[in-house]
Design a protein around this ligand. Structure first.
Ligand code: UD1
Ligand code: UDP
Length: 357
């Protein structure tokens, strides 16, 4: 019996192929939803579109400070594990949900599997880096997506027998959904967008949107992209970002801001974009897999594979630098090889767990 934990948008999307694989192989599992994300467009829409079963437990943790949110999820996960002890708890990624579930499980001496283990940006100022490091060091199965991630785990002295190179389940998710997304949805058309003739942008990292001065410079940079290329810039806005937009009174200017969209709609927007500008982890991977150039407005990335294959470039938050880096990556062209696996990550992970008894 596997307890599959999720709680935020990227976890639902990246756990979906594993849930599907458990269904196909008739493996017993139940879902624990932390409730870290709860707005319809950050949560339920993915269960609907990806046809996922309703979570067996919802901890309804909601939003709060890091310690409060982590503590609430820990207490909820502990209660579930005591009531219904699984053979293993599976967590995915680097959110507070992941850290909380892994900590609660480790204190009850439950086996833990970490999907997307070994990612490092080597910057401990980011809460996700702490969550990754701690989770990796208390997990029993480390499902590393790339050889680079395997190397990071080895460098930290993690026992070789715990490390498994599996690929990233985001490749599975894209392969399973791209055709449905491009064939059955008309989001681009509804927004009046022509293939290759628009920019897609998403930003939600506290370091980019929580300070008014930085957020303002970022919005200036996005407006400069609009002016430089004379193309629409579409911005499906994360709730944190929307909240900051209202609180700071900043204006979107020429940017076409919309509510977050479902996964199938977002995949279609990504696949048709001229270029993507983002601070998202998952979107750096997806743009690389889809062959769309990406500018990541961050000081570092835990997805260096995207930089190495030439799919992605880092930019600091300065209007001039954002334009320069966008011109630079567009001049390169695409044609790189996807470094995140062949779309069998979920099967690899479930097979390893199944054969471990
Ligand atoms: C969290 C993760 C981040 C991940 C992101 C995916 C941590 C520390 N951060 O960041 O790693 O990249 O999810 O999107 O775990 N809100 C809503 N509705 C929701 C969820 C959030 O309105 O469904 C608003 C609330 O005002 C909340 C804010 O967004 O305070 C931030 O939410 P939170 O879950 O704390 O962090 P994210 O920025 O979403
Ligand atoms: N995504 C989506 N709708 C949107 C924006 C993003 O479905 O409006 C998906 C995107 O395809 C990717 C995931 O959300 O798979 C990334 O989530 P996010 O950027 O919130 O988190 P991160 O990956 O940075 O942790």
């Amino acid at each position: 019996m596997i307890a599959i934990t999720l709680g935020t948008r990227p976890e639902i999307i990246k756990m979906a192929p594993i849930i599907r694989e458990c269904e196909q192989q008739d493996i017993d599992y139940f879902l624990i939803h932390s409730g870290q994300h709860y707005s319809f467009e950050m949560d339920q829409t993915f269960f609907d579109e990806l046809q996922l079963p309703r979570p067996h437990y919802n901890l309804n943790a909601g939003s709060g400070t890091h310690a409060w949110q982590t503590g609430k999820i820990m207490a909820g996960v502990e209660k579930v594990l005591l009531e219904n002890p699984p053979d293993l708890i599976l967590v995915q990624g680097d959110t507070n949900t992941v850290l909380a579930a892994a900590l609660a499980a480790s204190k009850l001496q439950h086996a833990i599997g970490h999907v997307e283990a070994g990612l490092r940006c080597f910057d401990r100022r980011l809460p996700e880096e702490i969550n990754r490091v701690v989770t990796d060091h208390i997990s029993d199965y480390l499902f590393a997506p790339t050889t680079k991630a395997v190397g990071n785990l080895r460098d930290e002295g993690i026992d070789e027998s715990k490390i498994h190179l599996t690929g990233n389940t985001i490749v599975d998710a894209i392969y399973q959904n791209l055709q449905i997304s491009c064939g059955g949805y008309d989001v681009a058309q509804k927004l009046g967008l022509q293939p290759g003739e628009y920019f897609l942008v998403t930003f939600h990292r506290p370091e980019n949107v929580d300070s008014r001065a930085t957020f303002s410079e970022l919005m200036n940079g996005l407006n400069a992209i609009h002016d430089e290329f004379s193309l629409p810039v579409v911005f499906p806005m994360h709730p944190r970002t929307k909240k900051q937009m209202t609180a700071t009174g900043l204006s979107p200017g020429s940017i076409h801001s919309i509510d977050p969209v479902g996964y199938l709609e977002f995949l279609q927007l990504e696949a048709g974009a001229r270029c993507i500008l983002t601070d998202s982890g998952g979107i750096q991977e997806e743009s690389c897999i889809l062959g769309i150039p990406c500018v990541t407005v961050r000081q570092n990335t835990e997805r260096p594979e995207t930089l190495l294959v030439g799919a992605n470039v880092l930019s600091n938050v300065s209007c001039a630098e954002i334009v320069k880096k966008t011109q630079e990556i567009l001049a390169r062209g695409s044609g790189w090889v996807n470094p995140f696996g062949d779309g069998t990550a979920a099967r690899n992970i479930v097979n390893i767990l199944d054969h471990s008894g």
